[in-house]
Design a protein. Structure first.
Length: 667
């Protein structure tokens, strides 16, 4: 090697070292309705760093000895726990759909002796997921699926555990009651006749009876084998929710939803004798749905979930001395929105929206990029904060505020101090600024406007200017990104991603996939966008499109790029993620299946793949996926609802690789 080559190599290495931070970001941080999510670009795996506020709390179990609450959150798709001591809440998500692919959880019970949590799930929000009864340990590691759709389960709503006889009873809205032994997995059911729209279930071990409350406004009772069905109560409440027993006192307690459109029909907590006589109201102070109930008879207390205010209450069993333990103010993120990453401090800054539900101001908060530590409120505003943008070099923050027909863009310090209004926009309808982008080289700000046609589109201005320019009139744009490589803007709409020069010329569509839009970002000369719950990527021309993640993380409201993280699984002991060195096709799960199953495979590099299904005659009967997929681990759900029972083959082809495996559909 001559001296010129050595010098050239030296400068190449020097530049690479100086730019080392640029290539280090391998994690996408996202905000969506489930909270703060991190997704690894290489493997496509996701994990939840911070949970959303209580979105649809339902089902409730209390470990009175350890003073610990457990509940399911239907829409956040997670099982939560927190201390009953609100001065030391330690609220956290034990397991969630982001990392496991589970669906909507509906109820939870705990066996403290074995430190096992049992919970029911039904289909999820973005795609159908199997209804099941699942067991896991306190760390969120799944132990087993005890009951699923193959066993006849359809719409599980509640469960109760007989710790003496090691039996779990599951109430299904459409099928009745199932009985499962979690130790030998013996299954019976459905039990009983006439059980319809079951929402809650309770057990009287002494008399061998099951009590069921239904959304058909009935309380039913039957023997443990399903015989002797009788209706104890059929009026006096609307939309029954949960039921619990105080056997020693000879009382049953139940909750109802009421009619949220009629103040004369409130949700209630009621009680009666175990034979259904002497019905009385215990708590009727609010028009609300009471979706969770737990009795602590030794302390004469009960714990209740209020659905529409997303709160957990504690009160005496006669309905007096009511205390709010948790609500949206102390239960995590509130509707997290737009987010930016501060590389200088390794912190995430995002908008926290709690105005609509709790009457509190909109806030801009920050936390460490790994989700650790406490949320720090930077500033707040009574009006809606639409979007934020960061100028790391000059340590400035830009944010947009809207109120009715007007919207403004402000610039200030990173903590929101010394705000300066850059521009104000108004129209004859509701006006918002969905996104802001900053170009450091020319000190320009670009933003989207959502309002009337005469102002909708993309606008820009320089910081020291008194006026702005509308450079695009394209409507319904939701996100904006700037590329320094080609000095162009990219904007995401409901139907496509457009590209245009910063003066507005040369506007063209580079991505034309319709669907539910998410966020848009640019990293290392590639576009990344959220689409129908997944993350996709292409080059700046819209070519070489690949799927980065199909983990169904939700709405992808905002995402930014940060440093590499280590991703672990909730099902196994924590292990670092490693990239596959060869193509691998896994056996589907479950197998046999009805009607859907999951097929997983891994790729050592980005490839064009074909995943198809064939009958035993070699005839193609379905195409699961055909297209370009990024390297790493992937999983696709196959719904065979239109196929007949039988043995089929699924085949993965990628380049010269071709492999098939058998699976069995049983209907």
């Amino acid at each position: 090697m001559n001296i010129k080559s050595i010098i050239k190599l030296f400068f190449i290495l020097l530049i690479a070292a100086l730019m080392g931070g640029i290539g280090q970001a391998q994690t996408i941080y996202q905000t969506d309705r489930k909270g703060l999510i991190a997704t690894d670009i290489q493997s496509g795996k996701s994990k939840q760093l911070m949970h959303q506020n209580m979105d649809y709390p339902i089902g409730l179990w209390v470990d009175t000895q350890e003073a610990q609450l457990y509940w399911a959150d239907l829409f956040a798709e997670t099982i939560m726990t927190a201390s009953t001591d609100t001065t030391q809440p330690d609220m956290r998500s034990i397991i969630n759909s982001v990392e496991t692919g589970l669906g909507w959880p509906t109820d939870v019970v705990v066996n403290p002796e074995t430190e096992t949590i049992y919970f029911t799930v039904r289909e999820g929000s973005e795609s159908e997921k199997e209804s099941a009864l699942i067991s896991m340990n306190y760390e969120g590691q799944v132990i087993d699926t005890l009951l699923n759709e193959d066993d006849g389960l359809d719409w599980p709503n509640a469960l109760v555990m007989d710790n003496v006889n090691n039996i779990i009873y599951v109430a299904d809205a459409y099928e009745g009651v199932f009985r499962v032994n979690p130790y030998n997995e013996e299954i019976s059911g459905p039990l009983g006749t006439g059980t319809d729209e079951a929402r809650g279930i309770a057990l009287d071990q002494q008399s061998g009876k099951l009590y069921i409350v239904t959304t058909n406004d009935e309380i039913q009772r039957m023997n443990l084998d399903g015989s002797g069905m009788e209706v104890l109560i059929d009026s006096g409440f609307e939309e029954g929710q949960r039921i619990k027993l105080d056997v020693e006192a000879g009382k049953m307690y139940w909750t109802s939803e009421g009619d949220i459109y009629d103040d004369e029909v409130p949700g209630k907590i009621q009680r009666a004798n175990l034979d259904g006589s002497q019905v009385e109201d215990v708590f009727t102070e609010a028009v609300d749905a009471f979706n969770g109930l737990f009795l602590d008879t030794s302390n004469n207390e009960m714990y209740v979930i209020r659905r529409y205010t997303n709160a957990i209450l504690k009160m005496n069993m006669d309905g007096t001395d009511v205390t709010t333990l948790y609500d949206g103010q102390n239960s995590g993120l509130i509707d997290p929105g737009k987010m930016v990453y501060n590389e200088n401090t390794d912190e995430l800054i995002w908008i926290r929206d709690e105005d609509d539900i709790y009457g509190q101001p909109y806030k801009v908060v920050k936390t460490a990029a790994d989700g650790s530590g406490e949320l720090e409120v930077l500033f707040s505003n009574e009006d809606e904060i639409n979007s934020i943008e960061i100028d790391e070099e000059n340590e400035r923050l830009f944010w947009a505020i809207s109120e009715g027909y007007e919207a403004q863009i402000y610039m200030g310090e990173l903590d929101g101090s010394n705000p300066q209004m850059l521009t104000s926009i108004s129209s004859s309808s509701t006006t918002r600024i969905p996104d802001i982008e900053y170009k450091n080289a020319t000190d320009e700000v670009f933003w989207l406007v959502d309002g009337r046609e005469r102002i909708e589109g993309i606008h820009k201005m320089t910081i020291d200017s008194d006026s702005s320019t509308r450079i695009s009139s394209t409507q319904y744009l939701t996100d904006l990104a700037y590329s320094a490589t080609n000095d162009s803007l990219y904007a995401y709409g409901y139907d496509n991603i457009i590209k245009l020069a910063i003066d507005g010329s040369g506007e063209e569509a580079v991505i034309t996939e319709g669907g539910r839009p998410g966020d848009l970002a640019i990293y290392e000369d590639r576009l990344y966008w959220g689409f129908n719950g997944g993350i996709f990527s292409s080059d700046l021309a819209g070519n070489d499109s690949v799927m980065v993640s199909n983990n169904d993380v939700g709405e992808n409201r905002s995402f930014v790029f940060g440093p590499e993280m280590i991703f672990t699984s909730t099902k196994d002991e924590p292990t670092a993620v490693s990239m596959p060195n060869r193509i691998s096709l896994e056996q589907n799960y479950p197998n046999p299946f009805n009607p859907s199953t999951n097929i997983s495979f891994s790729l050592p590099k980005t490839s064009n793949i074909s995943l198809k299904v064939y009958n035993m005659l070699g005839q193609e009967v379905a195409t699961i996926f055909e297209g370009r997929v990024g390297h790493g681990e992937h999983s696709f759900k196959f719904d065979a609802g239109n196929l007949a029972s039988g043995v089929y083959l699924y085949r993965l082809e990628a380049g010269e690789f071709s492999q098939a495996k058998k699976f069995t559909l049983i209907k």
